[in-house]
Ligand binder design. Structure first.
Ligand code: FCB
Length: 442
């Protein structure tokens, strides 16, 4: 049997990603807390509640485990509603909380990446109209500057906004996020304000910290024509890709927000990105559906025989991850894989998903594409938004009753990857022999 190691460049960042509302617990002052109180919004009526109790201090043991498991980086987010509980009030204690986490990460030899906005908004901000309001970019930027000023001693890698496309489709195109609207015109306005908010924060952060590297975590989904021979399917795939994947990063390149049927100029966005944050999970097929107006004339699905996660949320498609990196490379920026992972409580799919996706990063690096790090989603099971606690994305599991941390075998696999700085035939044989011949063909 072949014996080989696919090595990564020295200094490659290996980490996991988390987000404030999903792990902290006791977030009382943001839009999701209110959303969770409304009937039928969240799967089984679940709430973030205490979550993983990071606010109560359990971040320390989780990050200890991450460090011991060889991770040299971690991506986390700051909860805006904690730092700025009211428009005219800063909570220095909250900033201290984050400062302490970052300090301890650095002490453990881990590089922090900090996200400033990960889906949640302060209630006061929502009451002012949220991202629909033209004041939102400036309000966000003030918070971003304040936070970076407070944390800059320990971090210079910033993600302003996580997945603007998911935020907009979730909240404004009927996708199950607050504020639960479904209006295309409003959605465009919000998307544009997120872009302006990012651009304004981008410039502000550079003033506060000239060495800062600032980006966005772009959610990129693979879309493929269900019937490749059928022009209408190819056309709808192009429309989906243009609107969902390409519009936001495209505007950060040249200041032009280009959707399939409309475009607008946001000149201040041009060049406002130092690295390309890529969140990739899966790819799906799309068929042109002339009567599906509410679904933007596209029927989307995973094909028969797909290697699906337990709740059918994700199909294991490492080849589409490679394509996503090829597309991201065209933006000519360093790339950080800011999220990638799979929900799998039993941890049967995760080992092969992990190995196959990391293998694609290695292939990408062999083309000299500038991939700088990989952040697995997630360190520990956490609150999965409108899907509640039903999806288990953690390397470590979480017992919801006792809050005990559950060791999954993927912990050891990812530790082996981080420590080896690559993937080996040996670990593949041990953790996912079913894909051995794919990764190490004779
Ligand atoms: C991404 C989100 C992250 C998590 C994963 C599974 O879209 O950024 O918070 O929910 O999906």
């Amino acid at each position: 049997m072949i014996q080989a190691v696919f090595l990564f460049p020295k200094g490659f960042l290996w980490g996991t990603a988390t987000a404030a509302h999903q792990v902290e617990g006791r977030n009382e002052n943001n839009t999701w807390r209110l959303w969770e109180e409304e009937p039928d919004r969240i799967h089984n009526g679940e709430k973030a509640g205490l979550a993983c109790d990071w606010w109560g201090g359990r971040w320390r043991e989780d990050l200890d485990r991450a460090a011991k498991a060889g991770q040299n980086a971690h991506r986390l987010s700051v909860e805006w509603s904690r730092v700025q509980p009211a428009p005219d009030r800063w909570d220095e204690g909250a900033l201290d909380f984050y400062r302490q986490i970052l300090r301890e990460l650095v002490n453990r030899g881990m590089t922090p990446v900090v996200t400033l906005h990960h889906f949640t908004d302060p209630i006061w901000f929502a009451e002012k109209g949220g991202w629909e309001s033209d004041d939102s970019p400036a309000l966000f930027s003030v918070y971003a500057n304040k936070t970076v000023e407070a944390l800059k001693e320990y971090c210079n890698l910033w993600v302003t906004i996580n997945e603007p496309n998911v935020y907009v489709s979730g909240g404004y195109l009927g996708g199950g996020f607050p504020p639960g609207k479904n209006n295309l015109k409003t959605a465009f306005g919000v998307f544009a304000n997120l872009l302006r908010g990012h651009a304004s924060a981008y410039r502000g952060i550079h003033k506060v910290q000239p060495t800062a590297r600032v980006g966005v975590a772009h959610h990129v989904r693979g879309f493929e024509p269900a019937r490749p021979w059928f022009p209408a399917d190819r056309w709808i795939v192009n429309v989906l890709h243009a609107n969902f994947n390409n519009a936001f990063p495209g505007a950060l390149q040249d200041g032009r927000f280009r959707f399939a049927f409309r475009s607008m100029s946001v000149p201040e966005a041009s060049g406002a990105q130092d690295f390309f944050g890529l969140n990739y999970y899966t790819a799906e097929q799309a068929a042109f559906a002339p009567f599906a107006k509410d679904d933007f004339f596209a029927k989307r699905f995973f094909p028969h025989g797909a290697d699906l996660s337990p709740t059918g949320f994700i199909a294991n498609r490492p080849d589409a991850f490679y394509k996503a990196m090829r597309w991201a490379e065209r933006f000519k920026l360093p790339i950080v894989i800011t999220e990638n992972g799979v929900e799998d409580a039993q941890d049967t799919l995760r080992p092969r998903y992990l190995l196959q996706h990391v293998h694609q990063v290695w292939r990408a690096l062999n083309n000299s594409w500038p991939i700088k790090g990989y952040f697995h989603w997630s360190l520990i099971d956490n609150f999965e938004w409108e899907r509640g606690w039903g999806q288990r994305f953690g390397l470590w599991g979480l017992d919801r009753e006792t809050r005990a941390r559950i060791h999954r075998k993927s912990v050891d696999l990812y530790a082996a990857i981080c420590k080896e700085n690559g993937i080996s035939s040996e670990m593949t044989e041990k953790y996912a022999p079913e894909v051995f011949s794919k990764l190490f063909p004779e």
